[in-house]
Design a protein around this ligand. Structure first.
Ligand code: G6P
Length: 450
């Protein structure tokens, strides 16, 4: 029986099924993975969902990793819960992404999807209830599993239950869009926890003002940071050096504006490109002197809105290249591969980092870039990113909807004197590494146990 349990939709390992029937395990990175490794593996268990055919096959064969239990939830229930509710409703509410004249529509189909979401949460609650030792600590992650704390408390009142939200929390006005009974169920699910964690005060306050009476539940903030030593070690490996040399060639030694995101509606990639276009228009002196390196790797391509958005990003980048490009200068280089080596090389090279989400739980890219930057990098940062709460003093703050302001901030960033840039970067890196993943996790565990 485990005394420390973590539950999340995406687990620390995934399996790829080869054509010859072999199963190849791929271990993911991420803060939680290294955090949980500090705990004795006999005592800990990570409960996650089987995401694809490879994972499901691994469950059937019983060849899972020690310390990980994957749940083989019915594929159609899983798809309805993950795509239908978690990604299309809860994600949209928490990030304020709805196109209000048309969405959301809470009809009979929505209620059908919600039943799947409830069943998927229940599968987690039942697995946790079966695996947890008396009085164990259970740390549930994110909007996918918002009902688990309440469901688990009913099954096992002896457990200590925490829930952490990695996204923003919807404003009370947005939360009120949900049908009253569903909103009540969502809040009761969350309030089944002893402790609720958020990245920032803003998200915690949004929760508190939308929830009303918190009962026995305590709310606290744990602003996740990066492990500076580990990240620098990764970023200064020989293969990143090689990639960096190639990037320098591709950019021809010009200044660089760097962004790295999942192609995600909340990341505001389109307005970022519009701001870059406006920069080239209103400050023509930057033509042929700057390159925008935009990594926008695909995400959630099952959803129509994401496919359309991905296509729009490429179209707009092509338009800018057609409008301003010359025989030896391509103004925007878009990369759609999830290529961590290239991202790290771009981090090292960046003169300017652009992080302009419309709303974002934390945004670790804003924290990672200053940590690995070689010569110091000016950070243009949206006031709506969670990271802004800690980084605002040394970043150039922008309203993510104000394209003109963002263009001007890019100009200011590109012209910032090197010494000032280096000083600011040092302070940004210190703030970014204040709460590394292991500490972030252990602080929560300790608070939960006391
Ligand atoms: C982002 C969010 C996390 C979320 C994850 C899910 O990283 O910050 O809160 O859990 O996306 O992404 P996925 O690809 O699993 O849907």
């Amino acid at each position: 029986m485990a005394t420390v349990l973590v539950a999340s939709n995406r687990g620390p390992v995934s399996y790829v099924l080869g054509e010859d029937g072999s199963l190849d395990a791929r271990r993911g990175g991420g803060g939680l993975v290294s955090a949980l490794s500090t705990i004795d593996s006999d005592e800990s268990l990570w409960v996650c969902a089987a995401l694809g055919e490879g994972d499901r096959e691994a469950v059937r064969r019983g060849t899972g990793e020690p310390g990980v239990r994957m749940l083989d939830i019915d594929p159609s229930v899983y798809a309805d819960a993950y795509n239908g509710i978690a990604n299309s409703v809860l994600w949209f509410l928490h990030h304020h992404l709805y196109d209000i004249p048309r969405e959301p529509v809470f009809d009979a189909e929505f209620r059908r999807l919600w039943e799947s979401y409830r069943a998927y949460n229940r599968a987690f609650a039942e697995a946790l209830a079966a695996e947890a030792a008396e009085g164990a600590a259970v740390l549930v992650q994110d909007y996918h599993l918002a009902l688990v704390p309440g469901q688990l408390r009913e099954l096992r009142p002896d457990l200590r239950i925490a829930h952490f939200t990695h996204t923003p929390w919807a404003s009370p006005e947005h939360l009120r869009m949900l049908p009253a009974d569903i909103r009540g169920e969502l809040l009761r699910g969350m309030l089944g926890a002893d402790r609720l964690g958020f990245h920032t005060r803003a998200w915690a306050e949004a929760f508190e003002s939308g929830a009303g009476d918190l009962g026995r539940t305590r709310v606290a903030t744990y602003p996740l940071g990066v492990d500076g030593e580990e990240l620098r070690a990764l970023a200064y490996r020989p293969e990143v050096d090689d990639r960096l040399a190639r990037l320098r060639q591709e950019t021809g030694g010009r200044k660089t504006v760097v962004r790295v995101d999942r192609t995600e509606l909340s990341k505001n990639i389109l307005r970022g490109l519009l701001a870059y276009r406006e920069l080239l228009t209103t400050h023509p002196e930057w033509r042929d002197r700057v390159v925008h390196l935009a990594s926008a790797y695909p995400s959630r391509q099952d959803l129509d809105a994401y496919r359309t958005y991905t296509a729009s990003v490429s179209e707009l980048a092509d338009e800018i290249n057609a409008e301003f490009g010359t025989a030896d200068w391509q103004p925007v280089l878009v990369s759609v591969e999830d290529d961590f080596t290239r991202s790290l090389a771009a981090y090292r090279l960046a003169d300017v980092a652009l992080v302009n989400p419309v709303r974002d739980g934390m945004n670790l890219v804003a924290k990672e870039i200053p940590v690995v930057s070689e010569a110091g990098c000016a950070l243009v940062l949206s006031r709506e990113a969670g990271a802004h709460e800690e980084l605002h003093e040394d970043a150039l703050t922008v309203n993510p909807f104000d394209v003109t302001e963002t263009a001007e901030a890019l100009h200011t960033a590109l012209t910032m004197p090197p010494a000032e840039r280096a000083d600011r970067t040092k302070r940004l890196a210190a703030a970014a590494t204040a709460l590394p993943p292991q500490r972030w996790f252990l602080d929560q565990l300790e608070a939960l146990r006391n």
